[in-house]
Ligand binder design. Structure first.
Ligand code: GDP
Ligand code: GDP
Length: 437
């Protein structure tokens, strides 16, 4: 899993400029391919062979002057809990500011590595004056110009030196399937994890000391061990509005990356919003198993027979091409159908591991291509020669054909639909790649 580097500091010191310099267009390229616009304050980057995630905490601060002081301090606290390394940015054009001193104090009192970045050191003179920031009590400082890029290479070198290597990060990862509970604040993530942990059908086991995250629970269900990841937990410490959002984004992103199955919880009475869609799209982009849970079902008045079906349809209409995601209605409060979540997660994990044999796949492929022949392109008939599932967990299918770049998107969707008609892959995003034969 990627390490997280957070950029903290008061407004206008150049945090977002530094973020853009560190993450730059790399992030845009990766994500545009999938048509997903990422939060511009959250990005992945790599340097000297190491991938890591960078967060610009400034993007979440509210504008109101009176809460900025509290907000910046609180962010420093959250960043310490949530990241592996902190970049504390100050502004050499402005000099040492009382808010810098206040943040420095918070950061000095903890163990995580902090790099003091003195920004706007655009010229020799400013470079010299950056020394005044030694008064903040850090042993080293890194003068940079985020705008021109001066000094940022050295900064990146130092960051990579201090972060745990990719191998080390993977070593401590557990083998047991991880089920992450994600969703907007207050939908019932914590309540759901609690309900499951207390359920008679689950046995809670001790997580050995190696696990970094105190909010993971390990349970046994039907002879299988699972790790439940509650993304709410620590979030409750945040008070400033922007920081709550910041916190839940960091948590959600991290949990989605780590998990095998994402349980996306939606408050049945609140409806289905942009934020819910975003989480689902992100889980799909990362090729995770996905289950949607309509929680607080107990609060839905007058349950007519078809109500659940209507809800389900309402959700599917908002996430086209994702009818493969199972939807469950539950109540964490009464315990209604909460066991169904684990049952479904177990199935989704199996589906994600499924491997279709190549002869079987090709027999079927030949049949459905006949049903709807491939179109002509530039006077030539498109042809798919054969297909094979190259991997599972997550499943990837490779199709060999002439002129793959000419394959129309609607035919691609047709293939996915056909694959699902035959092989289901319930709750599992399928990756399809088309290659020149
Ligand atoms: P944030 O509020 O900390 O995210 O700061 P921004 O990144 O939005 O930058 C605030 C202002 O400082 C903008 O006008 C930037 O163009 C400017 N700025 C950022 N980095 C540098 C730099 O290295 N040198 C100079 N001269 N200006 C910079
Ligand atoms: P989180 O922020 O997503 O972790 O949400 P919480 O688990 O803290 O729940 C937020 C609020 O919703 C709390 O007051 C819970 O008691 C309540 N809640 C959670 N699940 C249910 C449910 O199924 N039914 C009802 N009526 N309330 C629920």
């Amino acid at each position: 899993m990627n390490s997280i580097v957070s950029i903290v500091g008061r407004p206008n010191v150049g945090k977002s400029t530094l973020f853009n310099r560190m993450v730059g267009s790399r992030d845009a390229i990766v994500h545009d391919e999938f048509g997903v616009t990422r939060d511009r304050h959250y990005g992945e980057t790599f340097w000297n062979g190491l991938n890591f995630t960078v967060i610009d905490t400034g993007g979440y601060l509210p504008d109101e002057m009176d809460v900025i002081y509290q907000g910046v301090r609180e962010q420093a606290n959250i960043a310490m809990e949530e990241s592996d390394l902190i970049l504390f940015v100050v502004d050499t054009a402005d000099g040492v500011n009382p808010l810098d001193e206040s943040v420095a104090q918070i950061l000095r009192e903890q163990e995580k590595p902090v790099l003091l970045v003195v920004n706007k050191a655009d010229n020799e003179h400013r470079m010299m004056s950056s020394a005044e920031f030694y008064s903040l009590g850090f042993d080293e400082l890194y003068p940079v110009s985020a705008i021109s890029g001066t000094g940022t290479g050295e900064l990146m070198d130092k960051i990579v030196d201090l972060l745990p290597g990719q191998d080390r990060a993977e070593e401590v990862e557990r083998q047991e399937p991880k089920i992450a509970f994600v969703g907007r604040p207050n939908v019932g993530k914590s309540s759901m994890v609690n309900a499951l942990v207390k359920s008679e059908r689950c046995i809670v086991t001790e997580i050995p000391g190696t696990t970094r995250d105190a909010i993971d629970s390990e349970i046994q269900y039907e002879d299988e061990t699972y790790i439940l990841v509650d993304t709410a937990g620590l979030r409750k410490k945040a008070k400033v509005r922007g920081n709550i959002e910041f916190y839940s984004n960091v948590r959600t992103d991290r949990a989605l990356r780590e998990c095998d199955v994402a349980i996306v919880i939606v408050d049945a009475m609140q409806g289905f919003e942009e934020q819910d869609k975003r989480i689902i799209r992100e889980a799909a982009r990362l090729n995770k198993g996905i289950i949607i849970v309509l929680n607080k079902w107990d609060t839905v008045p007058e349950k007519e027979t078809n109500l659940f079906k209507e809800f389900q349809e309402y959700v599917y209409e908002r996430i086209p091409m994702m009818r493969y995601i199972p939807i469950i209605s539950t109540s964490a409060l009464t315990g209604q159908r909460v066991d169904r979540i684990l049952e479904t997660a177990r199935q989704v994990i199996l589906e994600r591991k499924k491997k279709i044999s190549t002869p079987d796949l090709n027999d079927y492929l030949a049949k459905f291509i006949q049903e709807r022949p491939l179109p002509m392109k530039r006077g030539k008939k498109l042809k798919i020669q054969y297909a094979t599932q190259v991997k599972s967990s997550p499943p990837v299918f490779k199709f060999f054909m002439n002129n793959p770049e000419e394959l129309p998107p609607n035919y691609r969707r047709f293939i996915e639909k056909k694959l699902r008609d035959q092989y289901q892959f319930t709750g599992v995003p399928i990756t399809m790649v088309f290659r020149q034969k």
